[in-house]
Write a protein that binds this ligand. Structure first.
Ligand SMILES: C[S@@+](CC[C@H](N)C(=O)[O-])C[C@H]1O[C@@H](n2cnc3c(N)ncnc32)[C@H](O)[C@@H]1O
Length: 296
């Protein structure tokens, strides 16, 4: 248990998994997800990963994923040498600059959207997908990263696009390469797995999130954000995201979650990040520290 969110997680007791082992584990987890009843499947994942049940501020998987620490590596094009976000986050990103919103209560918290935005602006995720846009409040993070040239392609999966989303898209046109997929996530992920980062915040039922998780793991998507990963029991039909969290932890991904209760915010719903690459984990951890350990 790591009580200090500013301190990196302790080294795992087990030896690091190799990339091949992670891949094999991810496939097995993806297979186990298909058709399995929620209770027993979660039990299996929990027994594999003892840390799973701890209500951690920072959580991590059994192994550190990949051994590709980039000590001394050159920054990617458009990235600062410390791997952090670019100039766009010198002033914290403000999704509400693109409002007003009809129902912001259904949207992710501002600090979580800022966390997502800063990770995207690191310039390491060229092709990104958001599943579940609602009014487009969180979508602004992807679009702004695209407008800043940090992301090349923004794909949005929203079966029921609302007027707010259309308005946001219009605000960002024509500077961003955007594709809106008006269909369920399973259709999009089923035909295309070549994503650098996917943000999952669509239908929260177990059946849908389990299918999304299996497809993401099988495709080897290197970075995933997911919302509401600690919201089970808080809302009806919100049991699915905890399953995604458990599956990525069991598959050996590096993971982070902010699920702190903060008066006036809904951050206890949980924003989760998982990656199979330690260099991406370090970027996400830096942004997490900036946005999830300080007042908004
Ligand atoms: C919680 S809202 C998204 C909130 C948004 N990400 C934000 O933070 O502002 C969930 C959205 O998922 C969409 N949705 C529902 N089922 C879906 C599915 N199978 N695939 C993709 N999106 C879905 C809904 O239409 C709704 O707009």
């Amino acid at each position: 248990m790591n009580d200090d969110p500013n301190r990196p997680p302790s080294p795992p007791a087990t030896r690091p998994l190799t990339a091949t082992e992670i891949e094999a584990l991810a496939v097995r987890v993806a297979e186990a997800l298909e058709g399995a009843p929620l209770g027993p499947a979660l039990h299996v994942l929990a027994t594999r990963v003892p840390q799973l049940l701890h209500d951690g501020h920072v959580v991590r998987a059994i192994g550190p994923g990949v051994r590709t620490a980039r000590a001394g590596a050159a920054a990617a094009p458009g990235e600062r040498s410390d791997g952090s976000a670019g100039a766009t986050d010198a002033v914290p990103f403000d999704p509400d600059a693109y409002g007003p919103w009809e129902a912001p209560v259904y949207s992710a918290d501002t600090r979580h959207i800022r966390w997502l935005h800063e990770v995207l602006t690191a310039g390491r995720f060229r092709r990104v997908l958001e599943i579940g846009c609602f009014e487009g409040r969180s979508t602004t993070a992807l679009l702004d990263a695209g407008r800043a040239g940090r992301v090349d392609e923004v794909h949005l999966c929203e079966p029921n696009p609302r007027a707010g989303l259309q308005r946001v898209l219009t605000r960002f046109e024509p500077g961003v390469r955007v594709t809106l997929h008006c269909e369920p996530s399973e259709a999009v992920l089923g035909r295309d797995g070549r994503w650098d980062l996917v943000y999952v915040d669509g239908d929260h039922t177990v059946a849908t999130v389990r299918a999304e998780t299996a497809l993401l793991l099988r495709a080897g998507v290197p970075a995933v954000f997911a919302h509401d990963t600690s919201a089970h029991g808080r809302h009806a039909h919100c049991e699915g995201p905890q399953f995604l969290k458990a599956a990525f932890q069991a598959a050996g991904y590096w993971t982070l979650e902010d699920s702190l209760f903060r008066p006036g915010e809904q951050t206890d719903r949980g924003m989760f990040f998982a990656t199979s690459r330690v260099d991406l984990y370090e970027i996400a951890l830096r942004a997490y520290r900036r946005h999830c350990t300080a007042p908004v």
